[in-house]
Design a protein around this ligand. Structure first.
Ligand code: ADP
Ligand code: MG
Length: 292
């Protein structure tokens, strides 16, 4: 496109809440053939809430929640924030934390009130030799309804399954339908478990799901689609999405997300409205058509 057409296109986009970092991004948008959407914080609002606690053994729900919330106080993960908020709502007193270690894509390893507290997914529990079989049914039940099952273990023993549910963004269904109507293949990628991912994907009309993907693997998944000949756009909000955003042909950051995701992207959706992705592609096609 001519510099003038690009300027006009970029200006129109800005009016729609879409910040386009460079002219190349506007030109690239029309060529995109596949779009990969992160789940937590991109398809969903990223403001999940605790829905249920299933304690293991003798644990009282409020006691285990207090330990978990204390541990998560140092976390920036939306799941952690949900658990801290739940403890605050119940006015629980949070014990002191002696050690905090975030394990991206897995959860946390902490020491709270002298006890080793592990919080996260089954892979984290397996890596530390924690037997979570007594919580398997509760986890499956939570996941099938779209909640994320969060496991907690204290001193190497399973302590609770916490179901945390995130709501799908109101415009997600329509945005996905329109992206498909524009001829794009729509994918969802997430570090979350397969049952939860499948439930959320079904709710928004996405048929291609990549679940239980580690942060570094998100970029590999983008590269795999590129190797198949796709021009790939990636939309994400988290620190864990940054490598994939950088790998993609068109990185799209959710403006309400982390600075790291925004820095790694070509386009920022200021209000986080997913319809902005549809508008960017449509605008790019029009901008380029104008000058032909
Ligand atoms: P997503 O791609 O959905 O944003 P992440 O890659 O950040 O997910 O995390 C993958 C999984 O690791 C989560 O679904 C969760 O099971 C677990 N996890 C990560 N961080 C935390 C945390 N702070 N507390 C509990 N679980 C966590
Ligand atoms: Mg995310």
């Amino acid at each position: 496109a001519t510099p003038t057409a690009v300027m006009v296109g970029t200006g129109k986009a800005a009016e729609l809440g879409i910040l386009i970092g460079n002219g190349e991004a506007l030109e690239q948008a029309r060529r995109v053939s596949a779009i990969v959407l992160d789940k937590t914080g991109t398809i969903t609002t990223g403001r999940p809430a605790l829905t249920d606690i299933t304690p293991a053994g003798e644990w009282a729900p409020d006691h285990i929640l207090a330990l978990v919330a204390a541990a998560e106080r140092g976390s920036e993960h939306p799941l952690g924030e949900a658990l801290v908020a739940a403890a605050r709502d119940r006015r629980l007193e949070l014990p002191p934390v002696q050690h905090f270690e975030a394990l991206p894509g897995h959860g946390l390893r902490t020491v709270v009130a002298g006890h080793t507290v592990l919080i996260g997914n089954p892979a984290l529990m397996a890596a530390h030799g924690v037997d979570i079989s007594s919580l398997a049914t509760a986890a499956t039940t939570a996941a099938r309804t779209g909640s994320t099952p969060v496991f907690a273990a204290v001193d190497g023993q399973a302590a609770a399954l916490l179901g945390v549910a995130d709501t799908v963004r109101p415009e997600a269904v329509e945005a996905v339908a329109q992206l498909k109507a524009l001829g794009l293949q729509v994918w969802m990628v997430t570090g979350d478990n397969a049952d939860t991912a499948t439930a959320v994907a079904a709710a928004v009309g996405i048929d291609h799901v990549l679940a239980e993907v580690l942060p570094a693997q998100k970029a590999e998944q983008i590269a795999a689609l590129q190797a198949q000949g796709h021009i790939v756009a990636m939309a994400g909000d988290g620190i864990n999405d940054a490598p994939a955003l950088a790998q993609s042909d068109l990185g799209i950051a959710i403006g309400t997300g982390t600075d790291v995701a925004i820095a790694a992207s070509d386009i920022t959706l200021i209000g986080g409205d997913l319809n902005g992705i549809v508008s960017a592609v449509a605008l790019s096609r029009r901008t380029v058509a104008t000058i032909k």
